[in-house]
Design a protein around this ligand. Structure first.
Ligand SMILES: *[C@@H]1O[C@H](CO)[C@@H](O)[C@H](O)[C@H]1NC(C)=O
Ligand SMILES: *[C@@H]1O[C@H](CO)[C@@H](O)[C@H](O)[C@H]1NC(C)=O
Ligand SMILES: *[C@@H]1O[C@H](CO)[C@@H](O)[C@H](O)[C@H]1NC(C)=O
Ligand SMILES: *[C@@H]1O[C@H](CO)[C@@H](O)[C@H](O)[C@H]1NC(C)=O
Ligand SMILES: *[C@@H]1O[C@H](CO)[C@@H](O)[C@H](O)[C@H]1NC(C)=O
Length: 476
């Protein structure tokens, strides 16, 4: 074997390593999630090779088992205290939600995300005591199961776990009130060859501070200079603040995974298709060359947030929460976005999606907006439906008063699977077969509800159980 051959092999290895694979977050807090098989097919059609989940739903994992897609399963914050206090519980979690799926369903699980942004300031320290012990117990359980080389633990943290004393990346360090805890966690991750996972959101910076320069968030601004280094986008600056924080504490080489990054398309004046496209495309183009950031050259591993809109996400952080998807709830691409993975350069929509009937619930044309029933009905409909697209500046922000009311009614009606009684707002609503959508605002028709295989399994299992019982009874 000549040296030329070795060089070719090395070059190939470098090329493979430098082409970062496309990753996305797949959340399922939706009233009508697409069937997992449909989503997995959509992932494959778009050549998305790695997904991050927020839990370990059986059907989702089973569907992923038929692909070679690499999976990060998640542990919700609510489970941390149980897993922290009981190694048995952690072993059970690993057995059911990792080992079984690897051995019997052939799922390519590579990471377990322990908690989701548990140290977020708005949680008031609720998970400070339990996150690390849970992380340690899950690691122990993985090791006991012989999976420690194949499956790595990590803990997706919000970028608010670090800060900078100087407004520049070079001043980066971990937040003072959790500094020691962060070092404990980082040291543990490092000992187990696990990455540091961080979620970075330029959009939230803009949302929290109106004066935040929007073109810096989007990535095309007057550079910020940090000594010799120039930063012309917020992602690089934020990421390098973390690199500095790690380096300052003796972990300068620690691998970093960006657990979430993205831009929403609705629910706020800065959340629209134009900005989302600009940010996400800009970000993908930025990382696709494998150039990295000024402080950390090389490929960047990042999971886009998010794959599909989720109409049941909490809107406590803001209405935008339900609009992070690259795809709508029914798997339609929202804008032209080139991941560099499909022949056409465009996103491929979900196939074989089953919709309810072509009908909508709207306000009766002869009813007046000042009818005393209107306000109360709208507030009822919005509290159970989803009206987060109605704010100023978002996709449905230009509707007039009556269209607004119709939007609310329709949302409630569709969310309730077009049940007749869900379009009976004290005589002021009616069902129509004429699409009320406008050029920018879609009045959706819901998709068929999906019933999990597990639930169907029980229905199937019950008669079987009874039959067995009868057989046994007749024997004795
Ligand atoms: C496995 O994960 C699911 C979904 O997150 C969770 O509901 C369940 O409690 C977990 N199983 C165990 C044994 O912890
Ligand atoms: C955190 O504290 C604030 C203010 O005291 C309170 O409004 C909020 O509900 C708390 N959040 C949680 C998750 O406990
Ligand atoms: C965490 O532990 C400290 C010290 O033991 C205790 O004071 C604090 O109340 C605990 N916090 C929570 C949220 O349990
Ligand atoms: C439509 O509804 C939204 C959200 O409730 C509200 O902000 C907006 O002012 C309404 N528009 C009209 C024209 O009534
Ligand atoms: C509903 O409206 C129709 C016609 O607009 C009217 O005849 C009927 O009395 C109304 N019913 C109620 C309960 O208000």
């Amino acid at each position: 074997m000549g040296w030329g051959f070795v060089v070719v092999l090395l070059t190939m290895a470098m090329v493979i390593q430098r082409t970062s694979s496309i990753r996305a977050n797949w959340g399922t807090q939706a009233s009508h999630p697409l069937p997992p098989d449909t989503v997995v097919r959509m992932l494959r059609d778009n050549n998305i090779q790695k997904v991050k989940l927020f839990d370990a739903e059986y059907d989702t994992l089973k569907a992923l088992g038929e692909s070679r897609i690499e999976v990060m399963v998640g542990i919700p914050n609510e489970m941390l205290s149980t897993l922290a206090s009981s190694l048995k519980a952690a072993e059970k979690w690993v057995a059911i939600n990792v080992s079984t799926h690897i051995s019997t369903n052939n799922v390519n699980i590579r990471y377990v995300a322990v908690g989701n942004e548990p140290f977020l300031s708005s949680y008031n320290g609720s998970y400070l005591n339990t996150t690390f012990p849970a992380l340690r117990n899950i690691q122990t359980a993985l090791t006991k199961a012989g999976l420690q080389n194949q499956v790595k633990v990590t803990c997706p943290l919000n970028a608010d776990v670090y800060e900078t004393s100087t407004t520049l990346p070079s001043g980066g360090n971990f937040r003072a009130n959790i500094h020691d805890l962060m070092i404990t966690i980082v040291k543990f991750l490092s000992e187990n060859d696990s990455p540091f996972t961080v979620n970075i959101y330029p959009f939230i910076s803009l949302y929290n501070d109106d004066k935040f320069p929007i073109d810096y968030a989007l990535g095309v601004s007057k550079p910020l200079s940090d000594g010799e280094t120039l930063y012309n986008n917020m992602f690089d600056a934020n990421y390098d603040t973390l690199v500095h924080a790690l380096e300052k504490n003796g972990f300068g080489k620690m691998p970093i995974v960006v657990g979430e990054i993205g831009w929403p398309t609705g629910g706020d004046k800065n959340a629209n298709v134009e900005f989302a496209r600009k940010f996400n495309q800009g970000f993908m183009d930025h990382i696709s060359g494998g150039k990295g950031t000024p402080k950390r050259p090389g490929p960047i591993d990042a999971y886009l947030f998010s794959l599909i809109d989720e109409d049941r996400k909490s809107v406590e952080p803001g209405y935008f929460e339900r609009h992070w998807g690259l795809f709508t709830f029914d798997g339609l691409p929202k804008y032209a976005f080139n991941l560099g993975t499909t022949n056409t350069g465009a996103l491929v929509q979900a196939k074989e999606v089953n919709y309810l009937m072509k009908k909508w619930c709207v306000m009766k044309p002869n009813v007046r907006l000042d009818d005393p029933q209107v306000a109360a009905s709208v507030s009822f409909a919005c509290s159970r439906g989803d009206c987060t697209s109605l704010g100023v500046g978002t996709s449905c922000g230009k509707l007039d008063g009556k269209e607004n009311v119709s939007y609310a009614f329709n949302s409630y009606y569709q969310m309730n699977d077009q049940e007749d009684k869900a379009c009976k707002f004290s005589n002021i609503s009616e069902v129509t077969k004429t699409d009320p959508s406008t050029e920018t605002c879609r009045f959706p028709i819901m998709i068929l509800p999906y019933y999990s295989e597990a639930a169907q399994g029980q229905v199937f299992f019950l008669p079987l159980l009874m039959a067995t019982a009868i057989v046994l009874l007749s024997v004795f």
